[in-house]
Design a binder for this molecule. Sequence first.
Ligand SMILES: *[C@@H]1O[C@H](CO)[C@@H](O)[C@H](O)[C@H]1NC(C)=O
Ligand SMILES: *[C@@H]1O[C@H](CO)[C@@H](O)[C@H](O)[C@H]1NC(C)=O
Length: 261
Amino acid sequence: MCVFVCLCIYLQIFIGNSDTDTVVQHKLPHSIRTRYMRLLPLEGSPKGGMGLRLEVYGCTYKSDVADFDGRSALLYRFNQKSTSTVKDVISLRFRSHQAEGVLVHGEGQRGDFLTLELQRGRLILHLNLGERKRRSTGRSSVMLGSLLDDHHWHSVQIERFNKHVNFTVDGHTQHFRSPGQEDTLEIDYELSFGGIPLPGKPGTFLHENFHGCIENLNYNGVNVIDMAKRRKPQIYTVVSMNLYNSTVCNILHVDYTFKTI
Ligand SMILES: *[C@@H]1O[C@H](CO)[C@@H](O)[C@H](O)[C@H]1NC(C)=O
Ligand SMILES: *[C@@H]1O[C@H](CO)[C@@H](O)[C@H](O)[C@H]1NC(C)=O
């Protein structure tokens, strides 16, 4: 039995058993979250009398969600005045119906900055490592995705090592080299999520705030929303927001017998 399974962006052919009762297992190389799964049987036993029994096993999925109403932001405050990193990994999922909004922002006095924002339904990552003249050659912006303000979940990952950056949106990766003289990213005081609060002016923000949900926000191994839920002192919320959990575990069984011709 040979079955073709289509998981939207993910296509794979699975070879099944050729006798009556051997169980064949296939493990997917990546985790997938999907609403629909499409099975296309390609061929069956030449003896006829095709049947298929399929069990799809999911795994526990822990979800920490923060709801941003367009006036809120989460600030992750560093223990030291400033943090300097050679390597960064930021990942999150978001859903929004607004085409503009800041998801992540951090900056330092040296001139470094990292901003991830939605602009006209596309994601833009601005990154600069130690280049002072911001608006000359130093600014690096990479754009990915489109129509991301469709109220569906989208996943984002930013991986940086020195000047090398992999920026991934919904499985599509763009690799680029950031400008600047330095290999480190220096950010002062805090990293903000959902908006860029103006220092000394409570309730005032630079740029448009994010409006929607952010799930599983991870900054260099720190689960920011989980920390906010536990009211850790490193996390500061600008305007209170809803924080919630959900744990999903799915096991799906499909039994199917094909019509014999
Ligand atoms: C980017 O992705 C490539 C290919 O998967 C990998 O070899 C490289 O180490 C990644 N770079 C970073 C900075 O994560
Ligand atoms: C969320 O999960 C934590 C454990 O991770 C649990 O203590 C808490 O009660 C959960 N909250 C809700 C609203 O389910």
